[in-house]
Design a protein around this ligand. Structure first.
Ligand SMILES: C[S@@+](CC[C@H](N)C(=O)[O-])C[C@H]1O[C@@H](n2cnc3c(N)ncnc32)[C@H](O)[C@@H]1O
Length: 335
């Protein structure tokens, strides 16, 4: 299947795939060229990786923390034996993963933050309140080469955290204004019996929150908060961006597609700062990279304003409606 005849959203639901979001915008921004080396830090269903490999005679390293995504990717890797390498792990560890694989620098990096349709649509993964399943929400469930990925599940959080900590997570990561009410309801319910399923958690939340005007399920924000916390997703973005900037060759670009305002805020701030646009020091830059570069601006902001999906894409794939694409380019002359 080529990127041009990728399945529509409806088809993909039927055959169980992930429709790549803003694929053409990603390709146009990354600009794959022959002989270059790229990283797809969020392999997922491999839609981006495949499109990059088809666009140019380049090499791609692809990372995913979900072992099932890496296992599925074996088919694609077999089609590109000399050009595609899959790595199981977190993009927040990309520097270590790539260095261990002998890669020092890259000509472009793409991160498509969040969960894939494979993950959301599988009730056993526990990401969705639409279907009943175990309250898990881990993107990666097994260790990577001896490195434990994630032992923490959403069930552990809701059944063990003190009420005020639970409320803080729901407020900060889910922007749930009724966080205290939801946390209280969870604590009362778990005293009767541990909350083990997505269905039970969703009904506990629905019982104390009226449906909101947007038509979203009242559990949407709480589920988002728990997922972000279980996978430390915001921390991963901070670590991934700092390392991506260190790995980039001159002329190379980091392209990030995010889906939530909390994620996009981190991406926007980092990119603005490393490109010397913002005077304030970053809270999201553990290595101090942004400050080090703010004066010399080793990076150029490619997208002063985030790109958004077009109306046609939103119509065929409603899940993409909140996507934002941002990119920076390492300044200098490409080899
Ligand atoms: C939105 S999907 C990517 C879809 C992909 N671009 C495609 O076209 O099929 C996100 C994927 O990134 C993975 N992921 C999310 N956070 C990650 C992280 N910190 N490190 C590695 N993989 C991550 C998820 O497991 C999921 O498979």
């Amino acid at each position: 299947m080529t990127s041009r005849d990728a399945p529509t959203h409806a088809e993909s639901k039927a055959i169980g795939t992930h429709v790549p979001v803003m694929l053409q915008e990603m390709l146009a921004t990354l600009g794959p060229r022959d002989g270059a080396m790229y990283l797809d830090g969020t392999f997922g269903g491999g839609g981006y990786t495949r499109a990059i490999l088809e666009r140019a005679q380049c090499r791609v390293w692809a990372i995913d923390r979900d072992e099932t995504a890496i296992a599925r990717g074996a088919v694609l890797a077999a089609q590109y034996p000399d050009r595609l390498q899959l790595l199981h792990g977190r993009f927040g560890d990309m520097l270590t993963l790539l260095t261990e694989a002998g890669v020092q620098a890259l000509d472009g990096i793409v991160l498509d933050i969040g969960v894939s349709s494979f993950q959301i649509d599988d009730p056993a993964r526990g990401f969705s309140f639409m279907t009943d399943g175990p309250l898990d929400m881990r993107m990666g469930r097994h260790g990577t080469d001896g490195r434990a990925d994630n032992e923490l599940t959403a069930a552990t959080l809701v059944n063990t955290l003190p009420e005020h900590e639970l409320a803080n997570i729901l407020f900060q990561l889910g922007e749930e204004r009724a966080s205290r009410r939801v946390a209280r309801a969870i604590v009362i319910a778990r005293a009767e019996a541990p909350i083990e399923t997505t269905g039970r958690l969703a009904s506990i939340i629905r019982a104390v929150l009226p449906p909101d005007k947007s038509g979203h399920h009242p559990a949407t924000r709480s589920f988002q908060a728990l997922r972000l916390r279980v996978n430390d997703e915001l921390g991963e973005i901070e670590r991934g961006l700092a390392q991506a900037a260190l790995l980039l060759n001159p002329g190379g670009r980091v392209v990030v597609i995010s889906f939530h305002s909390l994620e996009d805020r981190i991406v926007k701030r980092f990119m603005t700062e490393v490109s010397g646009r913002a005077p304030s020091p970053s809270r999201h830059d553990p290595r101090g990279l942004a400050r080090a570069n703010a004066g010399s601006s080793r990076f150029r902001l490619v997208t002063p304003k985030a790109l958004r999906p077009g109306a046609a894409e939103i119509a065929t794939n409603p899940r993409c409606r909140s996507a934002r694409l941002r990119a920076i380019e390492r300044v200098g002359i490409a080899a």
